[in-house]
Write a protein that binds this ligand. Structure first.
Ligand code: AHR
Length: 305
């Protein structure tokens, strides 16, 4: 394609479909599964796209080489959910030199914004702040010993959530005892929580997990230690996927800040406009809500993911 007419690329072979390479992070969480499904649905042939999908197993190098493959194939546009913020300058320049527009979805990058056409995603810093405000409201004045399960190191989701959360609890008597990465996975959350429980035992009374899956993994560790999640250790997480919302409605989680994974339609509309040569917004932020246990019980059946 090289910026030419849709379908003129090495992939399209004269059809009218817009050829798109999507470099997904991997399949680390329930959120990611919902995001992948939303993207595949929006970038379907009936919507005018020919999608090549790649999931990089959360390895930055694999994701960059997937993007290079898309450039070599001469797709009409590339969509990336960047695993980490740093390390994108070179490959984004290569795409630009090849005349292939890049649209980012979900996470952000530190590279200059003239290297990509547009970004659609969530306000991760606000998500962290909302989680921190809940902790502040419920524990400031009483004191709390809190542990954090961080998302993938160097990802904008983990960095910005930490910034927002820390800002919200600043000046309170909430003590952050420890903060380590569980890589956004259930397994990671379980292992790190086991370590925390061995080290700090019953002193821990609040857990902030950067996503539902790590919180769900931590539930196993907490129960195995003979403690009751939601009571002995109060838990706040981010995402609001079905399993997380079920744990919240059951009283095992205490509060969830939503992170909306349904970005496919907005990403597809951006790709279409960019390929058509239209001017698009540089940043599109999708709104999130948050849920208490009672609210989770009310909406659980109607949640789409
Ligand atoms: O970038 C969004 C984050 O990535 C989600 O909160 C987490 O579940 C996913 O893995």
């Amino acid at each position: 394609a090289g910026g030419g007419a849709p379908g003129a690329g090495g992939n399209g072979g004269g059809s009218d479909l817009i050829t798109v390479g999507f470099a997904q992070t991997g399949s680390e969480s329930g959120w990611r599964a919902a995001n992948t499904e939303s993207m595949k649905k929006a970038f379907s042939e009936e919507n005018g796209f020919k999608l090549t999908f790649n999931a990089a197993d959360n390895k930055q190098e694999a994701q960059i080489s997937a993007v290079r493959n898309f450039i070599n194939q001469g797709v009409d546009a590339i969509v990336i959910a960047p695993i980490t913020v740093d390390g994108w300058d070179d490959v984004l320049k290569e795409a630009k030199d090849a005349g292939i527009p890049v649209i980012l979805e979900d996470r952000t990058v530190s590279a200059s914004d003239d290297l990509y056409a547009s970004w659609v995603g969530l306000d991760f810093e606000q998500e962290g702040r909302t989680a921190g405000e809940w902790v502040k409201e419920n524990f400031d004045g009483k004191g709390a010993n809190l542990v954090v399960l961080e998302g993938t190191t160097g990802s904008s989701a983990a960095l910005d959530r930490a910034t927002g959360f820390d800002e919200a609890i600043k000046g309170t008597d909430v003590k952050v005892m420890d903060s380590q990465t569980g890589d956004f996975t259930r397994d990671g959350g379980k292992k790190v929580m086991e370590g925390y429980l061995q080290k700090y035992g019953k002193d821990i009374n609040v857990l902030f997990a950067h996503n539902d899956d790590m919180g769900l993994g931590a539930l196993d560790a907490i129960k195995a230690a003979g403690l009751t999640p939601g009571k002995d250790i109060q838990i706040v997480t981010i995402d609001a996927v079905k399993d997380g919302m079920t744990a919240l409605a059951n009283g095992e989680f205490n509060f969830i800040v939503e992170c909306n994974p349904l970005l496919g339609e907005k990403a597809a509309a951006l790709v279409k406009d960019v390929v058509d040569g239209k001017t698009v917004e540089k940043r599109t932020i999708v709104e999130d809500q948050s849920f208490t246990q009672e609210q989770a019980a009310e909406v659980l059946d109607s949640r789409p993911y």
